[in-house]
Design a protein around this ligand. Structure first.
Ligand SMILES: Nc1ncnc2c1ncn2[C@@H]1O[C@H](COP(=O)(O)OP(=O)(O)O)[C@@H](O)[C@H]1O
Ligand SMILES: [Mg+2]
Length: 367
């Protein structure tokens, strides 16, 4: 489609116009939600920063919101998660089904405004559970289902309370579904949490990188439709440079568009990649390195000596530690999604341009 504005959107937490390569996951969840006993009714998505968790959640939330028989509550973890959910449910019911809302109001649950808030805060968790049961019963009578979409999940008190309530709601046969997303490390903590173990039964989706070929096709369509000239060779180069990572797909596209050069050659591509890398390092790599442990960092640094995948045997030698010790860190980094296992015994970085970032970092350019 011809676009007046830059159609690329390299911002976190916003669904891009060009949402590529997640059709299978998107369709499975959408179709699954329509069936009451589908395993997709409770789904837990994980993936590294920038893999597109929030975008996928938003596109599903948008799609389901269009349906007449669903209310979608889209929120992210916060101190007031449960209160947020109730307030949003109240608002959405009122917006969409005034008739039912009036009925609920009449039966005298303190459901509107301040009185609910005070009650709810006083009775806390029990209040939330009771209100949810009561509300969902009313909605069920009208065949209305509720989808809770929770981004950036963490295994904390709020999550435990929400999860136990959710379990009760399922037991009561109420029409509710739960779609969550979080970083791999957080999701692992959730699955290991005693109170949250039942979430092990959720459908788990890990957002891998996208086939670069899909990005190539997307670039081709977008640029050609908007009167940019680009050869097949340059398109291939572009696709390879994305490494299949969604955030950089948006960044590179954005900077090419902004350059206003309607003949996209290698020079334009190189300029866009340099600008994109700078954003990527600040918004992704640097954030990740602030969160990891010293030994995780040492491991990733030791990998930077290789041009391609790193042999674990070499990492053992470079770090001068036992094989056992290194395997533990290998496992940690694998489960945080920062490295991937290749052929037996070798690993590589998941995120693009990681080696370059580590080298720059060693020169003191990032803290
Ligand atoms: N499937 C996709 N196709 C194209 N761009 C995407 C896709 N998923 C995410 N993006 C882009 O990648 C960036 C990060 O997406 P986001 O959903 O915020 O990631 P996460 O929540 O996993 O950190 C955003 O700029 C977004 O527009
Ligand atoms: Mg996100």
């Amino acid at each position: 489609m011809k676009s007046k504005f830059n159609p690329f959107n390299p911002q976190f937490g916003q669904k891009p116009i060009n949402f590529i390569g997640r059709n299978a996951q998107f369709n499975n969840i959408i179709n699954g939600l329509s069936s009451p006993h589908s395993p997709y009714r409770t789904t837990l998505i994980s993936g590294v920063r920038g893999s597109g968790k929030t975008s996928l959640l938003s596109s599903i939330a948008d799609e389901i919101s269009q349906k007449n028989d669903w209310i979608v509550i889209n929120t992210s973890m916060s101190d007031n998660l449960l209160l947020n959910i109730i307030n949003l449910l109240k608002l959405k019911t009122k917006q969409k089904y005034l008739r039912i809302f009036d009925k609920i109001k009449d039966i005298g649950i303190e459901f509107m405004g301040l009185s609910l808030k005070v009650n709810f805060e006083k009775t806390e968790f029990r209040g939330f559970q009771t209100l949810m049961i009561e509300l969902l019963n009313y909605l069920k009578e009208e065949d209305i289902k509720v989808l809770l979409v929770i981004d950036e999940v963490k295994s904390d008190k709020q999550m435990r309370e929400l999860a136990s309530t959710y379990q009760v709601l399922l037991r009561e046969n109420l029409d509710i579904a739960l779609l969550m997303a979080g970083l791999p490390r957080e999701v692992k903590l959730i699955l290991n949490d005693d109170v949250l173990t039942f979430l092990n039964r959720a459908t788990k989706i890990f957002l891998n990188n996208i086939e670069p070929y899909e990005f190539k096709e997307a670039y081709k369509d977008i640029f050609k439709e908007n009167d940019f000239k680009i050869s097949d060779d340059v398109l291939n180069e572009l696709a390879i440079d994305t490494n299949g990572y969604p955030y950089i797909f948006q960044l590179i596209g954005y900077y090419i568009w902004e350059s206003n050069c309607h003949e996209i050659d290698t020079n334009v591509v190189n300029m866009a990649i340099e600008k994109s890398k700078s954003d990527l390092f600040i918004n992704v790599h640097n954030v990740i390195f602030k969160e990891i442990s010293k030994m995780d960092f040492e491991f990733l640094k030791a990998m930077a000596q290789d041009d391609g995948p790193s042999d674990i045997a070499d990492i053992v030698k470079r770090l001068n530690k036992t094989k056992n010790y290194i395997s533990q860190y290998r496992a940690r980094l694998l489960s945080s999604g920062l490295i991937e296992a290749n052929a037996w015994g070798s690993v590589c970085y998941t995120l693009p341009y990681m080696k370059e970032y580590i080298i720059i970092r060693q020169h003191g350019l990032f803290k």
